[in-house]
Design a binder for this molecule. Structure first.
Ligand SMILES: C[S@@+](CC[C@H](N)C(=O)[O-])C[C@H]1O[C@@H](n2cnc3c(N)ncnc32)[C@H](O)[C@@H]1O
Length: 262
């Protein structure tokens, strides 16, 4: 199982669902009494479910360290063997979980067993992420690093737009799929997270974390080292622009909210 740090999840989810929650409307949260957020991580979606409903929301994750930062009831467990009885909640939902599972259909089938009414998944297409930046080389290098990383990942990290097929294979009636573009922007005044991210680029630390995954694809160690060198150079330009308050970056991550009826 791929592990995530609380810091990574909190920074990548920052601001998600803050402005518009229209894409979540088919979850009919106002009508739910009991909800389960599977693969909740640090609870970024769990909090939204609580704000939008008057019911009880349980967060479930395989990683006990992440659950420690989720307020309210949580359960440690496996998405494919949920420790809940048949039909015991109204809605089972997940965000950015299916893309990390070797058998997403098995998980969605398990969600359908536990849900009495609806199952929903909020999943990205990580292959379609775009980056704009005031550092010219950043969009190209981000695209290349992402492509090499995706080659080495063993799961379907692009399934967001096709989650309806996963739902159909798990015998759910698909109600809708709505697209929601998450925008991550960096601009002055810079927060601590932006400065830390710039430093991680300049030292190559961020890319180093992904080395093993990248090398699991077709990339050779020499190609990885060459990319890391260019990445660090780009990072140094980011740090310089941050110093003069010129740096701006916008990343768009297309998410797809798929809702199915049991
Ligand atoms: C990308 S994170 C998403 C976290 C959270 N849903 C969010 O959107 O911020 C994926 C989460 O799924 C959890 N996870 C991965 N495989 C799992 C499994 N088989 N059962 C339960 N949780 C799992 C990970 O521990 C991690 O917290």
């Amino acid at each position: 199982m791929r592990r995530f740090s609380a810091d990574y999840l909190e920074s990548t989810r920052s601001g998600m669902w803050a402005d518009s929650r229209e894409a979540l409307s088919d979850l009919e949260l106002g009508e739910c009494q009991r909800m389960l957020d599977v693969g909740c991580g640090t609870g970024e979606l769990t909090r939204v479910l609580r704000e939008e409903s008057n019911g009880d929301v349980v967060g479930l994750d395989a990683d006990a360290d992440l659950l420690a930062s989720v307020p309210g009831p949580t359960v440690r467990g496996d998405a494919t063997r949920l420790p809940f009885a048949d039909d015991s909640v109204d809605l089972v939902v997940c965000q950015a979980l299916l893309i990390n599972l070797p058998d997403p259909v098995a998980a969605v089938r398990e969600f359908a067993r536990v849900a009495s009414d609806r199952v929903a998944a909020v999943e990205p297409n990580n292959g379609a992420v775009t980056v704009q930046s005031t550092v010219d080389s950043e969009p190209r290098l981000a695209r290349r690093a992402r492509s090499l990383f995706l080659d080495g990942v063993g799961t379907d990290v692009e399934l967001g737009a096709d989650a309806a097929d996963v739902f159909a294979a798990a015998d759910l009636d698909v109600v809708s799929t709505r697209r929601y573009d998450q925008e991550l922007t960096v601009e002055p005044p810079y927060g601590e997270g932006a400065v830390r991210a710039a430093r991680r680029k300049a030292t190559g630390e961020g890319l180093a974390t992904d080395r093993e995954t990248i090398l699991a694809g077709d990339t050779t160690p020499e190609e990885y080292d060459a990319l890391r060198e260019q990445w660090r150079e780009m990072g140094r330009a980011v740090v310089t622009q941050i110093g003069t308050e010129e740096y701006e970056r916008r990343e768009t991550v297309p998410f797809f909210v798929t809702v199915g009826r049991v």
